[in-house]
Design a protein around this ligand. Structure first.
Ligand code: SAM
Length: 278
């Protein structure tokens, strides 16, 4: 039984980190003409109206994108903010894009999007949001299995986003298994794996699993509101990045201290490290 709805969290500080990395990676990968496959294993609804009741319940976006909207920002945020501006042309922050919409906005006619979503309500919204976009194919099947089925793509260029809800503890292990299956089939692809830091030992276990599986050019980036602790919910969030664009390192290093200050003025923290070299 799926209960997670991303609308409750849309635009929070964790979305900001995930989506700025996604948007910048897409911006760099679309500089080459060759077609790109975007594979989103856990797509969500695709677009969120911030005045709607789920988004308003805790209004998490106010302490996330709300602290950045309309401000002068580091360069790495430019591709994400360009999407946000197109979605909110009046200048008032009314909508926040999910990962599929960010990708659809930044991809070109020759690119393709494959989106996986299991929750019937979000699936319906997702399908409605992309009904007119012929580049997009949506499936109501298990996103973890899609890596094995779809990689490598014919163009041999792909960006995979793996963003599960981690409602089930097994998700941490399933992510590692799916990434390793995909990597064995297509080691030159780019893959972004989002994770919440609720219990640090689970993240360390994921890192060990990815390293032990032989993955090269593996990075880890995090942005947090408070030091690690057990029993207080999510204190930070991060991404494992496989084969990210080389320029991202310098851009993130410049932006993360600034973002930590703006999003978490009291105890903000950040981390960027290469876990395995090329
Ligand atoms: N990637 C989205 C974004 O950044 O806008 C947010 C996705 S949300 C964190 C996770 C989504 O995965 C939920 O909508 C949930 O219904 C869906 N989901 C859960 N298990 C799944 C599975 N095995 N395969 C595909 N989708 C799944």
């Amino acid at each position: 039984m799926l209960s997670y709805r991303h609308a409750y969290h849309a635009g929070n500080y964790a979305d900001v980190l995930k989506h700025l990395v996604l948007a910048s990676t897409l911006e760099y990968m679309t500089r080459k003409d060759k077609p790109l496959l975007y594979l989103d294993t856990h797509a969500g609804a695709g677009r969120y109206r911030l005045s709607e009741s789920m988004a308003q319940k805790k209004a998490e976006y106010r302490d996330g994108v709300g602290r950045l909207w309309g401000r002068d920002l580091p360069d790495v945020l430019t591709p994400l903010m360009a999407v946000l501006e197109r979605l909110n042309p009046t200048g008032k922050l009314e909508y926040y894009p999910g990962s599929p919409l960010i990708a659809a906005e930044l991809l070109r006619p020759q690119d393709r999007l494959r989106l996986f979503e299991l929750h019937p309500s979000d699936l319906r919204l997702l399908t409605g949001n992309f009904a007119a976009d012929r580049r997009v194919r949506i499936e109501d099947s298990d996103g973890f299995a899609s890596l094995k089925a779809l990689l490598p793509p014919p163009s041999r260029r792909a960006l995979v986003l793996i963003d599960p809800p981690y409602e089930q503890k097994d998700d941490y292990r399933r992510v590692v298994r799916a990434v390793l299956e995909g990597y064995q089939r297509f080691p030159t692809g780019t893959c972004l794996v989002w994770y919440p830091v609720v219990d640090r030992s689970r993240i360390d276990e994921m890192a060990r699993g990815l390293k032990a599986g032989g993955i090269r050019n593996l990075w880890q980036v995090e942005l947090g509101l408070a030091p690690d602790s057990e029993g207080f919910g999510m204190t930070s969030s991060g991404l494992f990045m496989i084969n990210p664009p080389w320029i991202l390192e310098a851009e993130l290093k410049e932006a993360l201290p600034e973002l930590a200050k703006r999003l978490a003025p009291e105890q903000g923290r950040w981390m960027l490290q290469q876990l395995v070299g090329e």
